[in-house]
Design a protein around this ligand. Structure first.
Ligand SMILES: [Zn+2]
Ligand SMILES: [Zn+2]
Length: 306
């Protein structure tokens, strides 16, 4: 059963902590932010609808989504949200359009989604099952800086560096009741992120690693590594920002001969002596007087879901 957070608590639930590879335990990136009356999704990767349902939260109860950048693992769940959210049942129940905020390019996604969802929409409208306008994605373009400020919840977009040919990618700084959560999203080692992550209570950072001999043999893996931060680089980011709690997400540890998580942690530890956790899907972090980390299977009712 879903319950709202306490008044002075910023709750962050990591719905998806994966990468484009389809994995049952790590869906595409998606993070639910809850504070007071505010409820925002940042990124909407594969399976976000399933993860919200596991929390006992109908997908229609989230009507505002920020996208960090346009790699597929960060928004393939958007069309599921747009369509499923219109259905007038507990698992859906959105009473208006879906507002999606992204870097330039968001209009194309909104236009494309309106076209691609038309066959489903036509059937359901003819059946008098849904309101057509509830399936519409309203696009909003944002730039670096404050992108949301309502009900005491402030979200700032931080320009990061996700590779030479990706003009725009953002991480986010989320503030509520004096608490601070920072999520790198996809980035290489980045000074702007370090500067804007100061004073973070909780800092979630992506990481990627591959053995040098694999990178030498396989240009495709070398290419992937050039878009992300190595464990040593993430260690240097944490060492310069010193969050109360640091977590790793979006672990790019590709086959063949993948680097183990223990090796990642060892490399990171050479640069940073603080506490580092590995994120998992549905991990809930409550930032209030203290920082509580609640695994899904301890926090939810055993028969939770919708
Ligand atoms: Zn990604
Ligand atoms: Zn990416």
């Amino acid at each position: 059963m879903w319950l709202p957070p306490a008044d002075d608590v910023l709750r962050v639930t990591l719905l998806g902590t994966g990468i484009p590879n389809a994995q049952v335990n790590a869906f595409g990136t998606s993070t639910l932010i809850e504070a007071g009356e505010e409820r925002i999704l940042i990124d909407c990767g594969r399976g976000a609808v399933i993860r919200l349902s596991q929390l006992g939260l109908g997908v229609g109860h989230v009507d505002r989504i920020f996208l960090s950048h346009y790699h597929s693992d960060h928004f393939t769940g958007l069309f599921d949200m747009a369509m499923t959210g219109t259905i007038r049942q507990n698992f859906g129940g959105r009473n208006g359009p879906l507002h999606v905020l992204g870097p330039p390019g968001i209009e194309r996604i909104a236009e494309g989604a309106w076209i691609a969802t038309a066959p489903d929409r036509d059937i359901r409208v003819a059946d008098n099952e849904i309101d057509a306008e509830h399936m519409r994605i309203i696009p909003h373009e944002y730039a670096e800086g404050v992108v949301y400020d309502q009900g005491g919840l402030v979200i700032k977009a931080i320009k990061v560096d996700h590779g030479d040919f990706i003009d725009i990618a953002y991480g986010f700084r989320v503030e509520y009741a004096g608490r601070v959560f920072v999520h790198s999203h996809d980035t290489r080692y980045n000074e702007n992120l370090i500067a804007q992550a100061h004073g973070a209570d909780v800092f979630v950072h992506e990481v990627a690693a591959a053995r040098q001999e694999i990178q030498d043999k396989m240009p495709a893996i070398k290419l992937v590594m050039e878009h992300h931060a190595s464990p040593a680089e993430v260690g240097r980011v944490f060492a310069q920002t010193r969050p109360k709690l640091a977590l790793l997400t979006h672990l790019v540890l590709l086959k063949p001969d993948p680097v183990s998580i223990n090796e990642v942690m060892q490399e990171l530890a050479a640069e940073y002596d603080g506490t580092v956790m590995v994120a998992e899907d549905l991990l809930s972090i409550e930032i209030g007087r203290n920082i509580s980390v609640i695994p899904f299977h301890r926090g939810a009712k055993p028969d939770g879901g919708l």
